[in-house]
Design a protein around this ligand. Structure first.
Ligand SMILES: Cc1cc2nc3c(=O)[nH]c(=O)nc-3n(C[C@H](O)[C@H](O)[C@H](O)COP(=O)(O)OP(=O)(O)OC[C@H]3O[C@@H](n4cnc5c(N)ncnc54)[C@H](O)[C@@H]3O)c2cc1C
Length: 236
C-alpha cells in the first residue's frame, strides 16, 4: 500500500475515493488500545476479513486499519487502534473526539477467511485484534475449530476476553522471538494439520519467525501471512 501521497492528491481524493467517516463512539480499552465506532457513507464498500482500509492520517500520510462489526443498514463499523505513540497515525487517533471526521479508502487486499478450511490457527498482536474479532464471529457461525495465539503487552492481556474472544492463548511480547519453537510448535502439532490454515499477522518480525518455523517443520497446512508493521518502518 502507498503510505505517502502528495497533499494535492489527498485533497482531490477526499470525498471521491476517500469517504468521510465520523467518530460516533469510542472507548479506551487500555492505555494503548482505543476502540472506535464510525459512521459513514460506506454502503458501496465490501469489507472482508484480511482487507486493509487506508485512512488519511495527515495531509500526506495514509495508514492501514481493519474494519469489523460492519452494520450495513446504519453505515456503522468499528476499528480497534493500537496507539504506538510513535507514528502520525497513532498520534492522530489519540487526539480524536466524537464528531471528528476522517477520510477512508475502499478495502483492499486478499480475504484471509475460507469457510471450507475447518481448522484455523490465528497468530497476531494488538494490531490484529480487529481482524480476530471479525474472524471469530465467522469461526463460530460456521463451526470451525480455531485457536488464537496473541502476543500482547502486559496491560492488554485481559483484552481478548473483554472483546468476547475464546480459545485464545496470550504470550508476552518478545516471547515469540526468544523461544518460538517451544511456544508455537507444540500447539500447532496438537491440531489436525490437514485442512488447517495458519494465519499470521501483526509484528512483521514475529510473522517471519513463525512462518520460517512452520516451513522448517514441514507444516502441511496452508499459511497466510501478512506483517502489519515493522520496527523502524513507517506505514506498512
Ligand atoms: C492490512 C492491515 C491492517 C491493519 N489493521 C490495523 C488495525 O486494525 N489496528 C491497528 O492499530 N493497526 C493496524 N495495522 C497496522 C498499522 O497500519 C501500523 O501499525 C502503522 O504503522 C501505524 O501507523 P503510525 O502512523 O501510527 O506509525 P508509523 O508512522 O507507520 O510508524 C512509526 C514508528 O512506529 C512503529 N510502529 C508502528 N506500529 C507499531 C506497533 N504496533 N507496535 C510498535 N511499534 C509500532 C514503526 O515501526 C515506526 O518505527 C494494520 C496494517 C495492515 C497492513
Amino acid at each position: 500500500m502507498i503510505s505517502k501521497i502528495p497533499k494535492w492528491v489527498g485533497d482531490i481524493a477526499e470525498g471521491r475515493i476517500l469517504k468521510p467517516i465520523e467518530l460516533v463512539q469510542d472507548e479506551k480499552l487500555s492505555a494503548n488500545l482505543r476502540l472506535c465506532q464510525f459512521r459513514g457513507d460506506v454502503g458501496s464498500m465490501d469489507f472482508q476479513p484480511g482487507n486493509g482500509n487506508a485512512i488519511r492520517v495527515s495531509k500526506t500520510d495514509l495508514r492501514n486499519y481493519t474494519v469489523f462489526n460492519y452494520d450495513k443498514e446504519n453505515g456503522e463499523f468499528m476499528v480497534l487502534y493500537y496507539l504506538n505513540n510513535l507514528g502520525v497515525g497513532s498520534k492522530l487517533i489519540s487526539s480524536l473526539s466524537k464528531g471528528d471526521v476522517l477520510f477512508m479508502d475502499f478495502p483492499r487486499g486478499k480475504t484471509c477467511y475460507s469457510k471450507a478450511i475447518k481448522n484455523q490457527l490465528f497468530f497476531g498482536d494488538e494490531t490484529s485484534l480487529g481482524l480476530a474479532c471479525s474472524l471469530h464471529s465467522r469461526y463460530r457461525c460456521n463451526h470451525h475449530q480455531y485457536q488464537f495465539y496473541l502476543e500482547l503487552d502486559e496491560e492488554n492481556k485481559h483484552i481478548p476476553e473483554a472483546l468476547g474472544l475464546d480459545n485464545f492463548e496470550v504470550f508476552s511480547k518478545g516471547a515469540v522471538e526468544r523461544n518460538t519453537a517451544a511456544l508455537i510448535l507444540p500447539q500447532v502439532e496438537r491440531q489436525h494439520i490437514k485442512n488447517t490454515r495458519c494465519l499470521l499477522t501483526g509484528n512483521g518480525r514475529s510473522v517471519q519467525l513463525v512462518r520460517s518455523l512452520l516451513k522448517a517443520n514441514r507444516f502441511a497446512g496452508e499459511i497466510y501471512s501478512k506483517g502489519y508493521w515493522l520496527e523502524g518502518k513507517k506505514g506498512l
